[in-house]
Design a protein around this ligand. Structure first.
Ligand code: PLP
Length: 404
């Protein structure tokens, strides 16, 4: 069993008040909070060994390089990648997706097909549209069903010999749906299509095994799993990373440079031009250690209980409609109350110290499907409590009374 009070003590921000009330932070799907050990790692880096990596002969540079590469190995083990050089450190999910999309521009031809799911975040739609414009490839969409799951029957009919790439999120950020990525990957591979899974929303709750999944690319952001902003990963199978051209030119990504010809460095450096977020990468490693010290099985079981309790309590309020009702979800509740605008409720909740997200959650196609402007999204983490859900429910009732 998890000791939640002890865990909460690891997060200094949870002690603060907002508008005179204790903070209730239910916007974890947008970004998670940061434990002291990760904050300490950041302070330690800038206080003790701040230096550029991979270039200096001096001690600080060596220490920074060692810690950065140690973090890469932690990330490798966490995701169970075969090789550390298959882990590219990026500025986050959006950056990782754009790297793959831009690389595929040189591998696609007119009328090749790309499949994306209807449940995607904008960062997983726009780069593919740009890629299609550039190459003449055609974008196909796996539609969604009323309960917030993907219509897999249609998917099986969409994949064919022309399919070169399939993109899908592991978990939908707007609804919390856990998608059947094993089935998506296996089917795509029958037609030799590559698969990229956006794990930004899954990784705070699930420990993915990229080799068992046999996925070609898997991407995520540190800031959603207790790490800092501005850092994330692109996992790619070695053969794919070798096939893709470099994303950016610059320092660190070359082997030799002359004005006649430049040869590129090997993996992972080919994709890591310029000075990276060194401190962020090291702190990402510390965040992964922290999450594993709690344990993903405990996290999943605890969050499942919060989700069940929150859903039951919410449905007792008249007029509540929850969007995304599949059996397999993470601790995200996206909902509306009658015809009250989500923003109005979000504003009142903030006055009462409660942080939720309102709006389209960067997933406008889902909102269009439900014919709504947006939802209120309460997303829980392992450091939230049932008592906080009670505070939220009471505050929500107050807000609803004000508008009805
Ligand atoms: C947050 C999120 C992103 C974008 O991540 P950034 O860290 O902003 O690059 C992409 N996809 C999903 C599913 C997300 O939840």
């Amino acid at each position: 069993m998890m000791n939640v009070e002890k865990i909460r003590a690891d997060f200094p921000i949870l002690k603060r008040t907002v508008n005179g009330k204790p903070l209730v932070y239910f916007d974890n799907a947008a970004t998670s909070q940061t434990p002291q050990i990760v904050i300490d790692t950041i302070v330690d880096y800038y206080s003790n060994y701040n230096a550029n990596i991979h270039r200096g002969v001096h001690t600080l540079s060596q220490e920074a390089t060692d810690k950065y590469e140690e973090a890469r190995i932690k990330i490798q083990h966490h995701f169970n990648a075969k090789n550390a050089y298959e882990i590219i450190l990026t500025s986050g999910t959006t950056h990782s997706i754009n790297m793959v999309a831009s690389g595929f521009a040189s591998l696609l031809k007119k009328n090749d097909e790309i499949i994306v799911s209807a449940l995607e975040h904008h960062s997983n739609i726009v780069p593919w549209q740009m890629l299609c414009e550039k190459t003449g490839a055609i974008l196909k969409v796996i539609p969604m069903l009323e309960n917030g799951s993907l219509d897999m029957k249609v998917y099986h009919n969409l994949v064919n010999k022309k399919t070169k790439l399939v993109f899908c999120n592991h978990v939908s950020n707007a609804l919390g749906t856990i998608n059947p990525i094993e089935e998506i990957i296996e089917t795509a591979h029958k037609f030799n299509a590559a698969v990229l899974i956006d794990g930004a929303q899954a990784t705070p709750h699930i420990k993915p095994d990229v080799q068992a999944l046999n996925v070609d690319f898997y991407v995520a952001s540190a800031h959603k799993l207790c790490g800092p902003t501005g850092v994330g990963l692109l996992y790619g199978k070695q053969e794919w990373l070798e096939k893709l051209p470099p994303y950016q030119g610059g320092g660190e990504m070359i082997d030799t440079v002359t004005f006649e010809k430049t040869t590129y460095a090997g993996l992972p450096h080919k994709f890591e031009a310029g000075t990276p977020n060194i401190c962020g990468g090291i702190a990402f490693g510390a965040a992964i250690d922290y999450m594993n010290s709690i344990g993903f099985d405990s996290i999943a079981a605890y969050e499942e209980a919060l989700l069940k309790y929150g859903t039951e309590e919410l449905l007792k309020i008249e007029g509540v409609k929850i969007f995304g009702t599949t059996a397999k979800k993470t601790a995200v509740i996206s909902f509306n109350v009658g015809t009250i605008h989500p923003y109005d409720i979000g504003t009142i909740l903030d006055k009462l110290g409660i942080a939720v997200r309102t709006g389209h959650h960067c997933a406008q196609p889902i909102m269009d499907f439900y014919k709504i402007p947006g939802t209120i999204r309460a997303s829980f983490s392992f450091y939230n409590t049932k008592e906080e859900i009670d505070i939220f429910i009471t505050a929500l009732k107050r807000a609803v009374n004000m508008f009805s």
